[in-house]
Ligand binder design. Sequence first.
Ligand code: HPA
Length: 251
Amino acid sequence: MFGIIGGTGLASIQELKVVKRELIRTPYGEPSQPLIFGTLSGKNVVFLARHGSGHTIPPHEINYRANIWALQSVGVAKIISVATVGVIDDKVKPGTICIPNQIIDYTYGRKNTYFDGAEMPVKHIDFTYPYDEPLRKVIINIAQSSLNTLIADGVYAAVQGPRLETAAEINRLEKDGVTIVGMTGMPEAVLAKELNMAYAAVCPVVNHAAGRGQSKDAISFSSINELCDNDVCRLMMTDVVKLIQEVVLKN
Ligand code: HPA
């Protein structure tokens, strides 16, 4: 069964026919909200808004371990994670969707493993390719025919937030080889990998990163606030939901 994790601008999916909501307790505490069970494209799916239903949980306070654990405990094997990002290349327009294939983790102080000796003994997992390639390919194939603008690979920088970056930090990330910048991609991806779940990210670009393109002087908050409250963003979320519907239908 697919699990869909929604982020900023996707706190719910209207097309989801909701069957029930259930608060799951995990050894790591409670997830961001009760899991929402329903059908999408006629298939059973589970939806979870990572910032909570009222978008009250900031990126560094999300209980990523509880979220991923809860999804697995109800039978989710594949996760499509939607997470908005800023883009470093100023030639890329907000409204583009990126399906990253790599991650650099700049976060700190987050509980980023299940294997911490408390519930499970220490174990090192392979994370060479952080996302599930077969799932990424499925998403890319569908996106290539349904979207006008797509970045089919890219390096996702997971930053701590909640503040945005300085222009110098973005210059450094560019030197590191980063394509897109967001605050929630880690430790979500690694926790899914630790539980052997297939995980891929769909990243709507909502702004140029600090000091770049339209964000040369400052980043406009209409794009990155909790509502993703502008036309580009709303249209993009419609595309994202259509993409997810197709992926769920064909798999
Ligand atoms: N930086 C970090 N996180 C983000 C951004 C950004 O520019 N846009 C959306 N999430």
